[in-house]
Design a protein around this ligand. Structure first.
Ligand code: BG6
Length: 484
């Protein structure tokens, strides 16, 4: 039955996080190191591509030998590991129906390739999931959110090696068996497209060890897509009531001008963004991708049976993040601005966040319609939000009207898309509680309805407090989107 807002009863309103950005306790209870534990906080003026997302062999060696003096905020998170009960209580107060989090793979298999899991890690997530369930909040769980166990980097250079597929399958089966009946919604790889943008972040791959890192990143992608299908197969066998989705950073490309050259370029860049969901949803490598591989002289090692596996085990739903849109141009002209995972030309019709991400609520309606038309599978927005600096007033209040404005406009467009006929399962705002930024490791880039008292240098009490957006979102959920 539908309410008059168009959103289904049981619509999954809530928020999304990742283990490495919230948990902390990076070396407690048997957890091994993961790729996220190597990411250092670098102030903006000193940041380069190599020192904040991608890392080099030299960097890894310095960290392991202790020569390094930097701070690693993803090792600290916001201490959710110890404060999860308090945090979940606050989410429940907002009326959350769903909470997305990831399992830190290296808590379960410290090096990634052990045969036996670490019981303390399994027990931690069991407590978290049971706490969520006690408030009727559905856990939505990502198996891998930029947290490849470092053991897999050390032994295999991460996902470039096919052996990692088997280790992932073993990890997936272990958690599916353990949390059967507790977790209904799963996702395999967060923003799987990052593997071709930042291979270390997406797959624990150190590019300077490779002769042709770009080609290797597409080989690694094949491994992840295969692993994703094998996890889907395993879930169907282990817990037939649960569902599994993929996860794409949707990057809608508009043409910079109506020059057909730009339109073509936008179409091609859009195809390459949709490649990942094309395989996950339709079970085949599309022709444009085969052509891309040919033109670049990339040859992938695909073993007998792989293509059949991709075809047989496609996802139940399409989940994705949406923050912004991008522009494509056939020429090099135009002013550039920063964006999620990649930069873009500036769109004169859009405003941008303080981090340069171009704010485009109508783009959300467009991508929802496009996804639905292309796949006819249920859609799930599992990340959307505004990273902004908040000001704490003397009385402790935080008036984050800019955040409310961003979310309100996006939810309005989402409502229109549902009225257009799109089948939407839910909406999860990114970072409902402030967390460590993925791209910059800053705390000051805040997304939350709940403020965490901690700064970029790690100072602060860690205490939680409500922002104005807290009560606003509570009302949105309570009215199933009628009151925005
Ligand atoms: C997505 C990631 O790309 O964007 C999250 O899945 C991330 O992990 C979010 O935090 C926002 O990006 P950032 O860089 O502002 O933290």
């Amino acid at each position: 039955m539908e309410t008059n807002t168009g959103f289904k009863d049981g619509f999954l309103w809530g928020g999304a996080t990742a283990a490495n950005q919230i948990e902390g306790a990076f070396d407690e209870d048997g957890k091994g190191l993961s790729s996220a534990d190597f990411v250092e906080y670098i102030p903006k003026d000193q940041r380069t591509k190599d020192n904040h997302m991608e890392v080099t062999t030299e960097h890894i060696q310095k960290v392991l030998s202790g020569e390094h003096t930097g701070r690693f905020p993803k090792r600290e998170g916001i201490d959710f590991y110890h404060r999860y009960e308090e945090d979940i209580k606050l989410l429940a107060e907002m009326g959350f129906k769903a909470f997305r989090l990831s399992i830190h793979w290296s808590r379960i298999f410290p090096k990634g390739y052990e045969a036996e899991p670490n019981e303390a890690g399994l027990a931690f997530y069991e407590k978290v999931f049971k706490t969520l369930k006690s408030y009727n909040i559905e856990p939505v769980v990502t198996l891998s959110h930029y947290e490849t166990p470092y053991g897999l980097t050390e032994r295999y250079n991460g996902w470039v090696d096919r052996a990692v597929v088997g280790h992932f399958e073993h990890y997936a089966k272990t958690v599916f068996n353990r949390y059967k009946g507790l977790v209904k919604y799963w996702m395999t790889f967060n923003e799987i497209n990052i593997i071709n943008i930042s291979p270390f972040t997406g797959g624990g791959i150190i590019s300077d060890k490779l002769e042709n890192p770009t080609e290797a990143s597409y080989q690694a992608l094949h491994h992840q897509l295969l692993a994703s299908s094998l996890a889907t197969k395993a879930l169907r066998e282990i817990d037939a009531d649960a569902q599994i989705g993929c996860m794409l950073a949707r990057m809608k490309h508009y043409p910079y001008t109506c020059n057909p050259e730009d339109v073509l370029k936008a179409m091609q860049e859009d195809q390459m963004n949709l490649l990942y969901t094309d395989v996950h949803a339709l079970g085949e490598y599309p022709n444009y991708y085969k052509q891309f591989l040919k033109e670049n002289d990339f040859s992938l090692k695909i073993e007998d049976g792989d293509l059949e596996t991709l075809k047989a085990y496609t996802v139940d739903y399409i989940s994705f993040s949406y923050y912004m849109s991008l522009l494509s141009a056939n020429s090099e002209e135009g002013e550039v601005t920063e964006g999620n995972l990649m930069n873009s030309l500036k769109n004169p019709y859009l405003e941008a966040s303080d981090w340069g991400w171009q704010i485009d609520p109508i783009g959300l309606r467009i991508v929802l319609n496009e996804f639905w038309d292309r796949y006819h599978k249920p859609l799930f927005i599992v990340e959307n939000g505004l990273g902004a600096k908040d000001v704490v007033e003397e009385d402790g209040s935080i008036h984050d009207t800019y955040r409310i404005d961003y979310l309100q406009k996006h939810i309005q467009e989402m409502k229109k898309a549902v009225q257009d006929g799109v089948d939407l399962m839910g909406y999860l705002a990114w970072g409902p509680i402030d967390l460590v930024s993925m791209s910059t490791s800053e705390m000051s880039k805040r997304y939350g309805f709940i403020y965490v008292d901690k700064d970029d240098d790690g100072n602060g009490t860690g205490n939680r407090s409500k922002k104005d957006s807290f009560d606003w979102y509570k009302e949105v959920i309570l009215t199933n989107g009628a009151q925005l």
